[in-house]
Write a protein that binds this ligand. Structure first.
Ligand SMILES: Cc1cc2nc3c(=O)[nH]c(=O)nc-3n(C[C@H](O)[C@H](O)[C@H](O)COP(=O)(O)O)c2cc1C
Length: 329
């Protein structure tokens, strides 16, 4: 990978959050960070409304499709579809602890079955030249020692899989909801650092509880990349300086008003085609997080955004309530 293509940061896959509208919005803030879809199951890809589930705007690239599944034949076909649709990467979810996902024998429970994961990855690699990558946990239940994770990565990397995104919190498959499992048990970043030390040729990305660019910088001393989930959604402007600070881009850092204004044509496009404004607007709510005017911004969108026929004028009205940043001379 040349320095030009090197990834330092990504926005984590998040169900109900990282849909195409959120991703397009994030692209107004950072052009270089890698974006992920929500997890889409192989069954949904094979039998569902493909355009609705997988459609994206070219501006969202570089973009990885995250799939959930364990059947090599299904994953083979899904990987072909991902390539045909123009995705840049296909990522297998080995981190989701939900019981529905466990019943389908995919997600985090597959950490206990590295050979199954290796077969799945191999099938996808046969189907496509796209990078096939894995997002996994440091462990599950009682299978949570560093050695267990190392064995998992050892087996899966023998397929030629190069990129591993590691959520540094083990998954509990019983007794905790996926939401609870995002905050307990404690994070173990050292295990991810050690993984990079022992597999220096693999691209290792760290994930879990990372909220600031200072923390990103600290982690990058030990791993190749950092994946951010909730902090990206709750404070998207966190990514405003990423292209400059991590990728050496020289373009201007956009202020929040510019970012919203750059969304207007996109909002018009979709609302003119019958989409509800809120499908897009809900993702914009946190842009002014911690800033003067954030309450008025959110209130205006909440009060007016769900009215029938609501369009871009609601966002313009909301923006007018937020003070402009001072112009620096
Ligand atoms: C609402 C929500 C939905 C999530 N959905 C997915 C998903 O579809 N696939 C996945 O691999 N992880 C999913 N995750 C886990 C995140 O990708 C990430 O691993 C986790 O939130 C820890 O990172 P963070 O502390 O930066 O948020 C989800 C997390 C949240 C908060």
């Amino acid at each position: 990978m040349t320095n030009d293509q090197r990834q330092y940061l990504s926005v984590a896959p998040m169900m109900e959050r990282t849909d195409r509208h959120f991703r397009y919005f994030m692209r107004q803030i950072t052009k270089r960070s890698l974006l992920y879809t929500e997890m889409v199951t192989t069954a949904a890809i094979l039998h569902g409304d493909r355009e609705k589930l997988l459609g994206f705007s070219p501006e969202e690239k570089p973009l990885a499709l995250q799939v959930g599944g364990d059947n090599p034949n299904d994953l083979y076909t899904c990987a072909q579809i991902a390539e045909d649709m123009g995705y840049d990467e296909i990522n297998l979810n080995i981190g989701c602890p939900s019981s529905r996902v466990q019943n389908g024998n995919f997600g985090a429970c597959l950490m206990a079955q590295p050979e199954v994961v290796a077969k799945a990855v191999e099938a996808m690699q046969k189907a496509t030249d796209l990078p096939v990558t894995v997002k996994h946990r440091i462990g599950i239940d009682d299978r949570d020692s560093y050695e267990d994770m190392r064995e998992f990565v050892q087996v899966v990397s023998q397929t030629g899989c190069q990129r591993f995104s590691v959520h540094a919190r083990k998954a509990w498959l019983q007794g905790l909801s996926p939401k609870e499992n995002r905050d307990v048990p404690p994070l173990r970043y050292e295990d991810v650092y050690r993984l990079k030390q022992e597999f220096p040729n693999l691209f290792i990305e760290i994930n879990g509880g990372i909220k600031t660019l200072e923390q990103v910088r600290d982690h990058l001393q030990f791993v190749d990349s950092v994946m951010i989930g909730r902090a990206a959604y709750d404070n998207p402007y966190l990514f405003a300086t990423v292209d400059r600070d991590f990728y050496g881009e020289t373009g201007e850092v956009r202020d929040r008003h510019d970012i919203i204004e750059s969304m207007y044509p996109y909002i018009e496009y979709w609302t003119n085609r019958g989409w509800k404004l809120n499908a897009i607007a809900r993702h914009l709510l946190q842009l002014f997080s911690g800033q003067p005017g954030t309450k008025a911004w959110k209130r205006h969108i909440s009060e007016h955004g769900c009215r029938p026929g609501a369009g871009v004028e609601v966002i313009q009205g909301a923006l007018a309530k937020v003070p402009q940043p001072p112009v620096l001379v």
